[in-house]
Design a protein around this ligand. Structure first.
Ligand code: ASP
Length: 327
């Protein structure tokens, strides 16, 4: 029988069924999720692949590379609908990364659970069934990568985990693309286009691309300390629409002459300005020194894009990659 929907599992709370002496551990996997969905929709052939059994804090960029290859592999075998289950802590990065590389014609829904199966309010099965509802929506057009949590449908580039424990933790700026009701997906809006597409495979060679935040009274100590270590690039979350504290700005400008330095807004939403202010660490002075502008990306997204760009050999194309998030 040909597979209609492939479930790929990485671990996370959605897969945690046991409480050992030192806390919850992963005990469920893709075959359990595939069975649950097949019971719900016996007309569909659902297959399962376990790629990892880990808390999402333990996943790596190499896991993302392996996941992207697996999706390309099932897509090449004709599967057009994929559910990825993973931990919610880094779920937004998994979704944002996949959106760059998943082949056209395939829809991937990433989901997880905020509450473990040991709790009565466990949201894993509901999120899985909602994910399947989205993939079964009649339009059947390819939607790229989506996140479905708590009956809401989010675009991969806009979603973020915005609460530590709430079942409604996943939100989007400017808002979700739709929701699930009566086992059906209502997509009321959609992204204009897929940005910053990158070719597979993603090199499985680790890159050193740290993420820092500027803050009131930031004297630049962290960036100065980093600058004397081997680095492939760095992303700094700037104040508001693009300022760094003077000490950090000075090191950032110097560093930008030898490796990619990117700034994103630490506010988590909105577009950086280009040359509005005259402060010592202003955006205009940073960009004039070659610092890259992450546009409306969050720091976490900008860091991921920079590492993916480096892993796909797009080193010279980095400004063009980031420009796609400035409009
Ligand atoms: N610690 C979990 C994780 O793997 C949290 C979750 O999945 O909700 O990210």
């Amino acid at each position: 029988m040909t597979t209609d929907v492939a479930v790929i599992s990485l671990g996370g709370t959605i897969a945690m069924g046991r409480r050992g002496d030192d806390g919850l551990a992963v005990s469920l996997g893709a075959t359990d999720f595939a069975r649950l969905l097949s019971e719900r929709r016996p007309d569909l052939e659902v297959s399962g692949v376990n790629l990892a059994h880990r808390d999402s804090s333990e996943l790596t960029m190499d896991d993302l590379a392996i996941l992207a290859d697996e999706i390309a592999h099932v897509a090449a075998a004709g599967v057009r609908r994929v559910i990825v289950t993973t931990g919610t802590d880094s779920l937004e990065e998994i979704a944002f990364g996949l959106e760059r590389v998943v082949p056209d014609g395939v829809t991937v829904v990433v989901t997880g659970a905020m509450r473990s199966p040991t709790l009565e309010s466990h949201d894993g099965p509901a999120n899985l069934v909602a994910a399947l509802s989205v993939l079964s929506s009649p339009s059947r057009e390819s939607l790229g990568v989506l996140v479905v949590m708590n009956d809401e449908i989010h675009g991969a580039d806009f979603v973020r985990k915005s609460h530590a424990t709430s079942a409604s933790s996943f939100t989007s700026y400017p808002g979700p693309l739709g929701w699930v009701a009566n086992d059906e997906a209502l997509l009321v809006t959609r992204p204009t286009h897929r940005r910053a597409r990158l070719p597979l495979p993603l090199e499985e060679t680790p890159r050193v691309v740290p993420l820092l935040t500027t803050y009131l009274g930031d004297g630049g100590h962290a960036l100065r300390a980093l600058a004397s270590t081997p680095l492939d690039g760095v992303v700094i979350e700037a104040f508001g629409s693009g300022r760094l504290a003077p000490g950090t700005a000075e090191v950032a400008r110097e560093l930008a002459s030898r490796l990619p330095v990117v700034i994103a807004s630490r506010t988590g939403a909105g577009l950086l300005e280009r040359s509005t202010y005259s402060a010592a660490g202003s955006e205009g002075r940073l960009f004039a020194a070659g610092v890259l502008n992450a546009g409306w990306l969050t720091g976490v997204q900008a860091r991921l894009l920079l590492e993916l760009g480096l892993r796909t050999g797009a080193t010279k194309d980095l400004p063009r990659l980031f420009e796609q998030f400035q409009t």
